[in-house]
Design a protein around this ligand. Structure first.
Ligand SMILES: Cc1cc2nc3c(=O)[nH]c(=O)nc-3n(C[C@H](O)[C@H](O)[C@H](O)COP(=O)(O)OP(=O)(O)OC[C@H]3O[C@@H](n4cnc5c(N)ncnc54)[C@H](O)[C@@H]3O)c2cc1C
Length: 287
């Protein structure tokens, strides 16, 4: 294993460019170093340790945006009271990532680039219309997170690019929801993740562990925009089937994932959003 330790962002970008895609950026290492002992092919790799790039660590506020740095951790977000006020889902998701040790090392940028379909940070960022800021030598590119993923572990990031920031527009939200369904509260990978927001820009419904990538659910968003009346969770299933394609795997079945997504959405929206659900129909609460 070769570890490069740049002191400045410019030096990091030069190293990435000069290694023609062979240097792997490492932030908290909480995804990369899990693979390292078990996958022999990881051992000969060159890693670009970003830990000395301290300018990328703090989160910042502008008039219009919250800007997470390329090295901002979950713990940085949990500790900032203004984030809880304006973007409560970021704190809720951060608190459900691993345990405190992982929250202290793991970064939002690492969660995005690791591209797990079951990630917890990505859905809430996507529900807040986050934009990924990528930098390479002499060029800067911004990609909305909901257009960042192209397929399973495929994304719009070249190997010479670093995620240097994540921009999140500041807006008043009328409704927000984050749900992670797992086998237990902590240290669990999501069987299903759901992040929903509503503001002047419209509804955002984002599903995790329901497709090869985390993704928005345009058919459900349309139902919400149109305030289409629904009589129960089953009325949501056709839209869910248009938006996502869950699989059976060791954590859950596709059937369970669809049913739970429909129930979570139906019950929370009925109770908290004023969605015109039929009040006479009783359904068991999701478990
Ligand atoms: C015990 C344990 C529990 C966990 N629990 C959860 C959980 O509950 N929910 C969850 O979502 N995740 C969980 N994870 C996964 C992991 O902690 C998160 O995905 C975390 O956000 C990864 O961030 P990192 O900084 O450690 O990334 P790293 O491991 O350093 O990197 C991950 C990927 O991102 C790339 N990368 C990192 N930073 C940059 C950058 N600035 N620019 C370009 N590429 C970059 C790396 O090259 C690599 O491909 C867990 C991991 C462990 C070990």
């Amino acid at each position: 294993m070769t570890v490069l330790l740049p002191r400045r962002e410019r030096e990091a970008l030069e190293l990435l460019a000069s290694h023609s895609g062979d240097a792997v950026p490492m932030a908290g290492g909480t995804d990369l170093l899990v693979q390292w002992p078990v996958r022999l092919e990881e051992r000969g790799k060159t890693y670009l340790d970003l830990s000395a790039l301290t300018a990328l660590k703090p989160l910042r506020w502008s008039t219009d945006e919250l800007i997470l740095g390329g090295l901002t951790t979950y713990w940085d977000v949990i500790q900032e009271p203004r984030v809880r006020e304006e973007f409560p889902l970021l704190v809720e998701a951060a608190r459900q990532v691993g345990a405190i040790q992982i929250q202290a090392r793991g970064t939002w940028a690492g969660n995005i680039v690791n591209a797990s379909p079951a990630a917890d940070g990505v859905p809430v960022l996507m529900a807040y219309d986050a934009i990924v800021v990528l930098e390479s030598l002499g060029a800067r590119e911004e990609v909305p997170l909901d257009r960042f993923y192209l397929g399973y572990k495929e994304m719009r990031r070249r190997s010479d690019q670093l995620v240097v920031a994540i921009r999140i527009p500041r807006r008043p939200y009328a409704y927000s929801l984050f749900e992670k369904v797992g086998s237990r509260r902590a240290q669990a990978i999501a069987k299903l993740g759901l992040a929903v927001t509503h503001c002047e820009a419209g509804w955002r419904v984002v599903a995790a562990s329901m497709a090869p990538t985390i993704r928005r659910c345009p058919a459900i968003e349309r139902l919400l925009e149109e305030r289409a009346p629904v009589r129960g969770p089953d009325d949501l299933l056709p839209a869910i089937d248009r938006d996502v394609s869950p699989i059976d795997d060791i954590r859950s079945t596709a059937h369970y994932r669809r049913q739970v997504m429909a129930r979570l959405l139906y019950h929370d929206l009925r109770e908290r959003s004023g969605w015109p659900c039929d009040p006479n129909t009783q359904h068991p609460a999701p478990t």
